[in-house]
Design a protein around this ligand. Structure first.
Ligand code: ATP
Ligand code: MG
Length: 561
């Protein structure tokens, strides 16, 4: 993997904008990010945010944050607040340009009336099922609704009465009059207004008619004078309709829709509906569960805004749908935290070591470097004493040839400490687990070097048993156990692919300096990985850390390259 950061590479969106600016079609660009407030944002949205806000920023324009809230049934203010919070956290700023589609409802009614008056829309009486049947299939023309040629005055009257609440939900609708023979089904007289008695979290109960997304979106863009409306590829087939509305409603300047590929990531799902299901069914602890691909989940897990933006930069902007390896995101995080995270020692699976020739009650405070990548980070002192904890898997009774850690008769270096040689151990016969390891230390090796020049290959981390702090550490694995969890045969639920071992809580012992760790502080636990003090549960006397990523990626090659 190329680790240098080239200047932002160009892509087809930037090329289009550059050409539009050069040709004088616009003097300043305006983009927008239009989430529907029906769930929390996820890493796929982060890609769209980086493209929408990032492009505007790069070209000296502005990006609007717009709640695309034309479908009231699942929208809430909680989601609106979370969206603002997440976009801000990712590092983007909409200035004063925060909008609600719902605030344009009155204008949208006017737009529908304009189309009706022009003979370009009509009130239709087909039921939903009939409408689908009349619409037909792409290879054959559809059939015209019997209402299609009703007089303009009649449509205007019915539309007014729809709004006034005279008709039940789902009966009448307003349709654009375009082309029932178009090979593009979206142009076969699409619905632009439907009757739906639903409380809107912002507009309240004042509406019983709501515009469809296809009708609302171009109007919102045009009203905000958006120049480039960037969206995902599934909207490509809607573009002729988008352009038709802009044209027929006479908006000028005309926003231009450009599509890019959605982000799909391995080992997870990125559909708000499915993510909501995981939350609702209690399969995760909430939207901010550190295993979730949501921005709030990634934040709690310990990912930084920089690592997410860097991930999006590397994913780039293309027109092909494909999967991105989740390992790439982890790689971006490691790259960043390797430079910035202070080091600390934590023993995740502790076993006691007694250094039998070390004076009882003696404590030495040893210097430890905070970050070898950053001399300015300085150093701290850590206590060394007669009894320590090391990782259980840093000791083996029968050690293979290439095993350079602790084993009977073998010598290792304790990081920043002394050389120790194993002289014996005790095993619990019922569990088979080693409960105590006995060692002798060489007092001449303090700091990790022998004056006689003898070498030891292995260096292991440790924590003083007398001073160490018990801590809860949450180790995370992939949320799903397969790369493409949604690829399931008919009748099989994608949730059957959930990884039952995605969370493993361990009782660890950490060095005492971590008593001061603030919630949200990130560390590299030496030889283990990157960890963050949990933003919700971490307390000074009882620390709780989340594993962000292990040091090395054990899953895929992307992180190694
Ligand atoms: P979902 O399928 O998760 O409900 P959505 O497209 O309905 O997603 P919106 O809230 O409408 O969610 O999305 C807001 C914007 O984010 C849209 O412009 C959409 O194109 C973009 N977006 C959503 N998901 C992705 C993704 N996986 N990759 C890139 N952009 C995305
Ligand atoms: Mg959408």
């Amino acid at each position: 993997m190329n680790t240098d950061k080239p200047a932002v590479p160009s892509d087809f969106i930037r090329d289009i904008i550059t050409a539009d600016l050069a040709a004088g079609r616009q003097s300043r660009i305006i983009t927008r990010f239009p989430p529907e407030p029906n769930g929390y944002l996820h890493i796929g949205h982060a890609k769209a945010i980086c493209i929408d806000f990032g492009t505007a920023l790069e070209f000296g324009g502005q990006c609007h944050l717009r709640m695309d809230d034309t479908n009231p049934s699942k929208e809430t203010m909680e989601y609106v607040d979370s969206i603002k919070n997440d976009v801000r956290w990712l590092g983007f700023d909409w200035g004063g340009n925060f909008f609600f589609s719902a605030d344009y409802f009155e204008t949208m009614v006017e737009c529908a009336r304009t189309l009706i008056k022009k003979g370009k829309a009509y009130v239709c009486e087909l039921t939903l099922d009939q409408w689908k049947e009349y619409r037909g299939i792409p290879t054959q023309p559809g059939r015209e609704s019997p209402s299609r040629n009703r007089p303009v005055a009649e449509s205007l009257d019915l539309f007014a009465r729809m709004r006034a609440g005279e008709f039940p939900d789902g009966t009448l609708c307003v349709r654009a009059k375009i082309d029932m023979a178009s090979p593009n089904l979206h142009l076969r007289d699409p619905v632009i207004y439907r009757i739906m008695r639903a409380h809107h979290y912002r507009a309240g109960g004042q509406w019983c008619i709501y515009p469809t997304y296809d009708f609302a979106h171009p109007i919102e863009d045009a009203l905000e004078k958006v120049t480039h409306s960037l969206c995902t590829l599934e909207f490509e087939v809607h573009r002729p309709l988008y352009d038709w509305f802009i044209q027929e409603l006479g908006f000028d300047p005309k926003p231009r829709q450009i599509e890019f590929a959605r982000l799909n990531v391995t080992y997870t799902v990125l559909s708000k509906r499915k993510l909501l299901e995981l939350v609702r069914d209690g399969l995760v602890t909430g939207w901010d569960d550190p295993r979730m691909p949501t921005i709030t989940g990634l934040r709690r897990r310990g990912f930084t805004p920089e690592s997410i933006r860097e991930f999006c930069r590397r994913v780039g902007v293309t027109k092909f749908d494909g999967y991105t390896d989740i390992a790439l995101l982890e790689f971006c995080l490691r790259e960043e935290l390797n430079k910035s995270a202070p080091r600390a020692m934590a023993v995740l699976d502790p076993v006691r070591v007694v250094i039998e020739n070390y004076p009882v009650g003696q404590v030495e405070w040893i210097d430890a470097v905070n970050n070898p990548e950053d001399p300015a980070a300085g150093s701290r002192t850590i206590p060394f004493s007669r009894e320590l904890y090391i990782e259980a898997d840093d000791f083996r009774e029968d050690s293979p040839k290439k095993y350079f850690r602790l084993a009977p008769g073998k010598e290792v270096r304790l990081r920043y400490g002394y050389f120790i040689t194993c002289t014996g151990f005790t095993r619990d016969e019922t569990t088979g687990r080693v409960t105590e390891i006995r060692c002798a230390y060489d007092p001449a090796t303090r700091g990790g070097n022998a004056p006689d020049g003898r070498k030891v290959k292995g260096t292991i981390h440790w924590v003083s048993a007398t001073h160490g702090l018990p801590a809860e550490i949450r180790l995370y694995d992939r949320l799903f156990k397969v790369e493409h969890p949604e690829d399931v045969p008919d009748g099989v639920d994608y949730k059957s692919n959930l990884n039952p071992a995605s969370l493993n809580v361990v009782r660890a012992v950490v060095e005492p300096s971590l008593a001061q760790a603030a919630p949200g502080a990130r560390f590299q636990f030496e030889r283990k990985g990157y960890f963050i003090a949990d933003s919700q549960d971490h307390r000074t006397p009882s620390p709780v850390f989340n594993q962000i990523v292990p040091l090395k990626d054990s899953w895929s090659k992307a992180g190694e390259a």
